[in-house]
Design a protein. Structure first.
Length: 308
């Protein structure tokens, strides 16, 4: 009997899991054959699936994603260029500088001095326009986003189990429309598995000031500390369609705001950008995220460099 052809959803899952693999291995050397073997499909099959569904060849995505995350670190972190080269998976700073300059049309050193990036301006304008219909209004919102209100906390290394709500087209609009359904799904999942320690989170895999708005990958998921072995085994065995991502622990700023995630999005980024540009703190990674703790209540987590 001839095996059934994969459905469109199954093909999409292969592509998304491959994208997730690239994001979770930014610092590491790997090749496309390793990814296709990990997915359990042939190299050529994965090559065609990814290009067809994501609109660009896999290795082009890997290179672009690494360089865009590196650009995000140049913008908001306190790492030097050599350290960013290592964090971006390049063997030498010379190779990183050459690839970065070819991609962005300017050196990492020059890029670090740019005050406002075209993609950054457009992303914020698009986000503000889309969320204006749904977001809470009022001048008091800005009062919630101050460094004095932030708590300094230490988070453990965690694993995030997530799904991509949108990857391209109109990502913020998709996030706004679909997040409620995913939040309910994850709350039910945590209740059924009795995992009260899990955080329901949302954010982007990409570097907001750098990535084209239409290419932003917005996610929703749950974070579980690595040390909670049994919880991670439960999730791995029972929720196989979710993508995994390692979230580094360490020093974070936690900012609690009495807002829904829609209202908090743009002010959150403005707060991060302003503080980093003014030298109030520097980030230790691109992985800031928002935890949905209740109706009209969010916690924002920003990884920061304690020694700055």
């Amino acid at each position: 009997m001839k095996p059934k052809a994969p459905t469109k959803d199954q093909l999409e899952q292969y592509a998304l899991r491959g994208l997730g693999y690239a994001d979770d291995h930014v610092m590491e050397s790997f090749n496309m054959k390793e990814v296709s073997d990990w997915l359990g499909i042939s190299y050529s099959y994965f090559y065609h699936i990814f290009a067809e569904i994501m609109g660009e060849p896999y290795w082009q995505y890997v290179k672009r994603h690494r360089l865009e995350l590196a650009a995000g670190l140049l913008r908001h972190s306190g790492y030097n260029i050599g350290e960013i080269s290592d964090l971006s998976g390049y063997a030498t700073m010379a190779a990183f500088t050459k690839a970065f300059t070819n991609h962005f049309g300017g050196s990492p050193r020059y890029f670090r001095r740019i005050e406002e990036l075209p993609n950054e301006k457009r992303t914020l304008e698009m986000t503000a326009m889309i969320t204006a219909v749904h977001a809470q209004q009022g001048s008091t919102i800005s009062n919630f986003f101050s460094f004095e209100r932030a708590e300094h906390v230490i988070l453990p290394d965690s694993i995030m189990y997530y799904t991509l709500i949108s990857y391209g087209q109109d990502p913020i609009a998709q996030l706004v429309m679909r997040m409620s359904r995913y939040e309910q799904r994850f709350r039910k999942m945590l209740d059924l598995l009795d995992l009260p320690q899990g955080k329901i989170v949302t954010g982007t895999l990409d570097a907001v000031p750098v990535t084209d708005y239409e290419r932003l990958s917005m996610y929703a998921g749950v974070c579980i500390p690595v040390k909670d072995t049994q919880a991670n085994i439960q999730l791995s065995e029972q929720v196989k369609n979710l993508i995994r991502k390692r979230i580094s622990g360490g020093h974070y700023l936690r900012l609690q705001v009495p807002l829904d995630f829609v209202s908090a999005g743009v002010p959150m980024y403005d707060f991060i950008n302003r503080c980093c540009r003014e030298g109030i703190y520097k980030m230790s990674g691109n992985h800031f995220f928002m935890s949905l703790t209740g109706p009209n209540l969010c916690e924002i987590y920003i990884p920061y460099m304690k020694n700055i």
